[in-house]
Write a protein that binds this ligand. Sequence first.
Ligand SMILES: [Zn+2]
Length: 186
Amino acid sequence: MGVRPIVLYPDPILRQRCRPVEQFDAGLRRLASEMVETVHAAPGLGLAAPQVGSDLRLFVVDLSVGEDPSALHVLVNPVLVAESGCQVDAEGCLSIPGITERVARPAEVRFAARDLDGLPFELAGSGLLARALCHELDHLDGVLFVDRLRGLRRELAHRRLRRLFGTPRGLPAMAAPRAEAPQLGQ
Ligand SMILES: [Zn+2]
């Protein structure tokens, strides 16, 4: 148990497509528990397994940042089964500290997933919860929020990424500065 270092852009693990969880065992529980500790410590609203160096399809979301146990969601092998509407709001990522951008996301979503015992459940969310769930699902497919930008805003964001983090092969992966906008980090 413990807080794990958060993998930072441009570490290649953030670009991997993660593999489904098949073993619902003690190792998975430990990983999930460390991810919860890590996202609370950051502090952030959500964290996906590749952000702590794992390639499993698993993420955690907690909009209360540890204040309300009922707000903590752990989704294993999550699938987006329904979405509707559109919302545009500011978004950041614990793996890309210092950058926030307005990103379009579905206004309402419904996810199907497994819990840590392998039991199926569904989770519906709107607003910020929908945004956080979609942001974390993207991580499991190697997609980062800056990839969701279009046109000039995408170009400017990638220019800032290069300025902040160097070329994609430039940086050591594990040194984790604090996010500048922790309330937005996911
Ligand atoms: Zn993120």
